[in-house]
Ligand binder design. Structure first.
Ligand SMILES: [Zn+2]
Length: 103
């Protein structure tokens, strides 16, 4: 995975970046499946971020909607989280599905 800058590269590969400011713990989490970045603080789910907080580069929209739509369109799977979970191809649990489709 190519990230926008060295700050993202070095720590996001370990799943998160932690830094402290006024005792607020901030974590940036990358979700490969959805190509989504969330900024979390103090153990909340946090918010999606669209720009790198270090270099300002646009990170892109989450592919979460496309994930659901692609599973329905290509595999007729409408409930990939519960009822149809067993039918979801393994590539859909990683970043492989969107890389293969050039998204
Ligand atoms: Zn960056």
């Amino acid at each position: 995975m190519k990230f926008c800058c060295q700050n993202m590269l070095s720590d996001t590969l370990n799943g998160r970046i932690i830094f402290y400011k006024n005792k607020l713990e901030v974590i940036i989490k990358y979700y490969p499946r959805d190509r989504q970045y969330n900024m979390m603080y103090n153990n909340t789910d946090g918010y999606q971020i669209l720009f790198c907080p270090f270099c300002g580069k646009y990170l892109g929209e989450s592919l979460s909607d496309e994930w659901w739509a692609t599973l329905e369109k290509e595999y007729n799977i409408t409930d990939p989280i519960v009822d149809d979970r067993e039918k979801v191809p393994p590539e859909f649990w990683t970043d492989e599905w969107w890389k293969k489709r050039g998204l």
